[in-house]
Write a protein that binds this ligand. Sequence first.
Ligand SMILES: [Zn+2]
Length: 419
Amino acid sequence: MSEGTAALTIVDATLDGERIGLRCEDGLIAALGPEVTPSPGEETIDAAGAPLLPPLLNGHTHAAMTLFRGHGDDLPLMRWLREKVWPIEAKLEPEDVYWGVRLACIEMIRTGTTRFWDMYWHPAETARAVEDAGLRATIGGPLFDAAGGTAEMQETALRNLAELEKCGPLVERALAPHSIYMASEELLRWTAVTAAEHGAAFHIHLSETEQEVIDCVEAHGERPVAYLDRLGALGPRTVLAHGVHLNEEELELIAERGSTVVTNPVANMKLAVGGAFPYPAARRAGVAVGIGTDGAGSNNSLDLLSDLKTFALLQKHTANDPTVADAAEAWRIATGERAPLLGATPLQPGAPADFLLLRPRSPELSLGDLHAGLVYAASGSIVDTTVVAGRVLMRGGEVPGSEEVLARAVERARGLGLG
Ligand SMILES: [Zn+2]
């Protein structure tokens, strides 16, 4: 699918307390303000006073893992991966990934996420699903060579890059080594150079558990951030998912290199990784920060608005300070404002026409501060209308085709022995 071309006008939406209109043309916001009115015969949505907001940005997930939801819960990370995930992933077919991602996209559209960063097998199928669903994503297949096969993995990575290059403007490319414990020094170095050559991002899990840090120091004589930096992998197009066990020196180096950390508070708490991303120190150091859900296998939800509340509460609780991660700041993180690499789509003329209309007159948002209502009172079900590139993906809480996608995803999961 290409960027939307038909004009669409939203009238009577509320933005910053003002009744405004928004006009989309060629997939972009052409005009925004009280003076915007539709031209006769054009597609128009009467928002009836509903709040207009920029969409949410999920900085780290494995979208196809909707198929694994409810399989292997309540286990430690490595047991969950070794016993429940990797044996089934070895049997995955492209169609499994396609339908798993289509289901994830429906959940994201329903809960206000319009762009996500994905790391999963068969990335070309993820891209096909993303384009069919009408969302945006930065996609990379996971790279592993802990058990050998570096050359084959490099070939796969190059093939994935070439396949993703054929996609339209909704898809961007990444190379995604799984982690420093699953990818060799040689593969990490090669990936950093290759990503830069192809203008692709570098997306990796880092410092999720303390054991990972201990093992890194033992194997390489340095902590994970210094290790990645020595391999040339810490740059402005690097996304580090998790970053739970980072010290101040590491945060300063991450900030200096312009890399982004994506925190996944719900997955971290569910897998009990022994701490929280040190957000106050990261903020002081000037680190770019985003938020992700991680996959539905370890969260188990893709409702980023719910996770935003968890993020704010976990940070306050950990810091023993209720002023940490205030609602407006949490909202900025979830919309990508604190991490330019992730690809935020702000509400302004010339920007991509990606936005949300919330349910009008909802109890959660009828009183008090809007950001406090969004972060502490609402969940993703507050979203009424989701628009990407000027194309309406959900109106009135209904995503067309949802039932078929759910049925196909359940069928694929059962075929894998899940569910
Ligand atoms: Zn992950």
